[in-house]
Write a protein that binds this ligand. Structure first.
Ligand code: DQA
Length: 143
């Protein structure tokens, strides 16, 4: 089925591949996006990465205005802090799946809490780039 999804990545994820490779692996964000597009050729993807909270909120609002079919969202460090991003996810109609490359439950205590996951369909954490594929599969099945 043809569907349109937003794949939205938050702060510092533009540095994937060089950033803490022991934690996040050596795959770049560009590669994750290319592999997703290759794996789901019938899906239209909008790939966005923003370091700022407000810019991420604007992209979530745009997904709502364009009535996209879903959002795959890695909020990066804002996961653990941002009431404003949580409110934006709660405000929009498209279903959102929270994705983390690393297992946030096996790291520092502060990473175990997500302000955003409770208003998402669910959270995928610790499966590396496969998490983006699994979230996409879920959203397409729901669309
Ligand atoms: C992350 C986990 C967050 O705790 C961290 O701040 C990130 C990346 C992940 O994908 O594993 O920036 O979202």
């Amino acid at each position: 089925m043809d569907a349109t999804l937003l794949v939205l990545n938050g702060p510092n994820l533009n540095l994937l591949g060089v950033r803490e490779p022991d934690t996040y692996g050596s795959v770049t964000l560009d590669r994750i996006e290319t592999d997703l597009a290759d794996a789901f050729p019938d899906t239209t993807f909008s790939f966005r990465q923003k370091n700022g909270e407000g810019a991420l909120i604007d992209d979530l609002h745009t997904a709502h205005e364009r009535t996209l079919d879903g959002v795959v969202f890695n909020p990066g460090g804002y996961t653990h802090t941002s009431v404003a991003l949580r409110d934006a996810v709660a405000a929009i109609d498209p279903p959102v799946v929270e994705v983390h490359l690393s297992n946030v439950h096996a790291r520092e205590d502060f990473r175990r809490t997500s302000r955003i996951a409770p208003v998402c369909e669910g959270q995928i954490s610790g499966l590396g780039p496969a998490g983006y594929h699994l979230a996409t599969r879920y959203l397409l099945d729901e669309a």
